[in-house]
Ligand binder design. Structure first.
Ligand SMILES: C[S@@+](CC[C@H](N)C(=O)[O-])C[C@H]1O[C@@H](n2cnc3c(N)ncnc32)[C@H](O)[C@@H]1O
Length: 366
């Protein structure tokens, strides 16, 4: 007599199918991004032939990029399978925004070309009160129309980042989640709902979305200097289950929170966009607002010293995308900056084109 198969027998198959679905989704994103880059580069060659295109990447660099992208996606899948965050997070693509805003990426290209041709990096079409922002912030980062300071920019930003990183922006952001979960869970005597996590420069909220999926009960906070990006973050985060993170408009150099308030603080893709002193100021503030025993986790671009094989990419990036502080950033010693602020036990790691710093605030601070 044949016995009825148990649900457990199907679990490996379900897992294999899930992984295949995730890989297929990422391959699709990779192919679409490549097609977008090829067509937009050809058009840019026609319209702005005089622009600096950077150097061509040697085949071994391209090969290494493919290999590291694969590894990143593998780690992303493994972390989901380990239960650090739900597998469903891996499939959480905002297709509605993609369809709605992709045509606008193309329509906006004429504005980008004009700024590139004129080498105009401080062009704001939407009226803004310049007094409210540090000078270093008033830039068309990535040649974006209105920099970070309009709703149009907030609507296009994630799509542009997805195209730039071929669908790996969220997998890179998610690499903060395993160390974050460990750090927050280390506060064993604190009930989950009383654990507080702050995301500094939260932008349109995708890191907070990952944190919400990883720590469903924690109290989440986000701070950013762009009112438009915060509006967008509010829109995105309102659609997911769980308590809405508290979002505040502020300069990360002067965080509007009490000392020792957060169990953990995170920051993703901010530091390469700050001048050196602002980098130190933000780290000092992160230290001030982190509880003793808490952790600060940074995710940002790879750097020159520990990723020499990607020197051509690091050379091209600030040329092709307006990134005025990137050259300094890639040689900046963030471990030293973290230690100067008071953090200890700083660990670093790399995934694909991103680097991570996990720093502790000692449990008993003298
Ligand atoms: C490259 S985006 C990264 C956004 C988001 N963390 C992500 O993962 O997409 C940089 C963000 O930093 C914010 N930002 C830059 N300088 C800042 C500052 N001094 N204080 C607060 N936010 C800042 C920008 O408004 C923008 O949202």
């Amino acid at each position: 007599m044949r016995s009825t198969p148990s649900i457990e027998q199907f679990l490996p198959l379900q897992s294999d199918l899930g992984k295949l679905a995730y890989q297929t989704l990422q391959q699709g994103k990779g192919a679409l991004s490549l097609a977008h880059k090829v067509v937009s580069n050809r058009l840019s060659d026609l319209v702005v032939p005089e622009r600096d295109k950077g150097m061509e990447l040697p085949p071994e660099v391209l090969q290494k990029i493919t290999q590291l992208r694969q590894q990143l996606l593998e780690t992303d899948w493994e972390d989901a399978e380990k239960g650090i965050y739900p597998v469903s997070l891996l499939f959480d693509t905002n297709w509605e925004d993609t369809l709605q805003y992709y045509p606008q990426v193309w329509l906006d290209m004429a504005n980008v070309w004009q700024r590139v041709r004129e080498k105009n990096y401080q062009d704001f079409q939407t009226p803004i009160d310049k007094e409210n922002y540090p000078k270093y912030y008033l830039q068309n980062f990535h040649h974006q129309t209105d920099g970070y300071l309009s709703d149009q920019s907030a609507n296009l930003y994630d799509l542009q980042v997805e195209l730039l990183f071929s669908g790996t922006a969220n997998p890179m952001r998610r690499r903060i989640l395993a160390p974050l979960k460990e750090a927050v869970e280390a506060f064993r005597d604190t009930p989950p709902a009383q654990k507080r996590v702050l995301d500094v420069a939260c932008g349109t909220g995708y890191t907070l979305q990952g944190i919400r999926a990883t720590l469903p009960k924690a109290s989440l906070y986000g701070v950013d200097l762009s009112p438009a990006y915060l509006r967008k973050a509010n829109q995105i985060l309102s659609q997911i289950p769980g308590e809405l993170p508290q979002l505040l408009h502020a300069n990360a150099e002067e965080l509007p929170y009490l000392d020792n308030y957060f169990h953990s603080v995170t920051s993703v893709f901010l530091f390469h966009e700050l001048p050196p002193q602002a980098r130190q100021n933000v780290i000092n503030e992160a230290y001030r607002v982190t509880q003793p025993g808490g952790t600060f986790i940074i995710c940002d671009s790879i750097q020159a010293l520990d990723s020499p094989e990607f020197a051509p990419n690091m050379k091209n990036f600030p040329i092709i995308f307006h990134e005025p502080y990137y050259r300094h950033y890639i040689t900046d010693d963030l471990v030293k900056r973290l230690e100067t602020a008071g953090f200890t036990e700083v660990q670093t790691m790399k995934h694909f084109m991103s680097k991570y710093w996990v720093a502790k605030k000692a449990a008993s601070v003298a």
